[in-house]
Design a protein around this ligand. Sequence first.
Ligand code: GLA
Length: 583
Amino acid sequence: MDTFAIGDQDFLLNNEPFRILSGAIHYFRVHPDLWADRIHKARLMGLNTIETYVPWNEHSPVPGAFVTDDGLDLGRFLDLVAESGMHAIVRPGPYICAEWDNGGLPAWLFTDPTVGVRSSETGYLAAGSSYMESVLDVVVPRQISRGGPVIMFQIENEYGAYGNDKAYLQHLVDLSKRLGVDVPLFTCDQPFGAMIEDGSLPDLHKTGTFGSRADERLAFLRERQPTGPLMCAEFWNGWFDNWGTHHHTTDAAASAAELDALLTAGASVNIYMFHGGTNFGFTNGANDKGIYEPTITSYDYDAPLSEDGHPTAKYFAFRDVIAKHFPVPAEVPPGRMPVPTSSLAVSHSVSLLDVPVATHLVSGSVPPVELTGHYRGFYLYEASLPGGGVLSFSEVRDRAQFFLDGVPVGVLSRELGERSVVIPAGGRLQVLLEDQGRVNYGQRIGEAKGLIGPALLNGVEVVDWEVGAVDLDSLEAFRSAAVPLPPGDAAAGVAGPSVSFATFEADGPGDRFLRLDGWTKGVVFMNGFNLGRHWSRGPQRTLYVPGPLIREGTNEFAILELHGSATREVRFAVGPDLGSDEK
Ligand code: GLA
């Protein structure tokens, strides 16, 4: 049987020095029919390993569940890695950061205020242990020691940037070993200050996360760990975008020079990301270091393999660098082929406020949305106000649209720090609330979402609220209630908040890029699959539609528009447009 170990200076594969040339692909950000293609293209760039996180909240949407269907079939993903002749590194968290909703921690866990976050608090450990058991059922039999591809297993993620609860780390180590992990365990941390020490334990192999100044970072790591192989566990060769910022890119030649420095120094590397993929649905995370900044739908990351799986200039620059140090396969992946372009007009629509939402009645202060038993997306709050005036909250998480008797009267945005709105005198207040993505880094992980009370009208608390989750898992309620739009050309537009539908014919599966010029803000669905959020503020202008979602014959496109659209048309564009990279 094969072995993998940590030697004095090197990783050892079957007792021979081995350099890990890894690339990150998150299976949960890629359509499962495309996994094999992306893995193959990693191998063609000269990589020998695929790294992935495991998102707890995705696998466990409700307590006790561990879903492994379709796009969450981690076992199948690892098997495909093995079939391509590559190794695998698994990073199951339980916390993963990753610009992923809540850093991968399930929101249901924190509805009990006694539960700790990333610590040795008993409730957190119990839930985390049960999750780890499920992950390890999949991973343990796929370790290299048992004939599988997995060569390394990460404990937590950049824990030194968050805490220093050694009992927590020790618990994860003991649990992993008890459940059968026998490949090397490691931690990753930013090579600054005390993070390498705080985030690890003496017996764990320590690696660094960084994107530049490789020699300096490796020297820092070496000082803290005198023996063992050097590894950059996240070589940030690109970056993610937040709504309202420019599109982040890094120069291919400069990134390639950093990779060259790492390889010349004898280090192992995991390219973060090799292929970023997409934050489909409501899976994006957010940052908040004083200002809330939700991450966009595309997770292209300016990675070597683009969001739609094609080699970029960076891919070829990296391949050339790797070829200087190691053999690289001769085969080169093809570039992007022309995609079908056309435009289509929505024909049917229904006001979101006209479709009933199952609500919970709360006799008391305004509750957070978790009360509904749903943890992502949109919610509807309702209350009767005794009159008009200033309505305020202690916080809005994250964006609230106010309607009085169905008429829009204002928006409050957490990004802008807003928390009070002037409401005219009237009657029934409805608030359409968007959870724009849970914070994935820092101390705000695990926080509740919704209207955070007390809700005060002219300083007097408003009580007796109804709150319900808007069900977008199935569009059936909207589809059956949608009626033909009033006559008018494309410029007649569509009033929001509404869900509108269009159908179109296709010859069969194939990638598309949806361009939504004229639409303001919302969510887009292809044949019922939630492609993610759209917003006119950018940077991204197109949404990636993975080819397998399109079928031969009639296809259904649906769009939730929150505000209003200047057009009834959407376009399939020639390629991706992720926005300007100028600040
Ligand atoms: C850190 C985290 C990753 C990711 C990157 C930024 O390194 O460990 O999960 O958030 O930052 O993309």
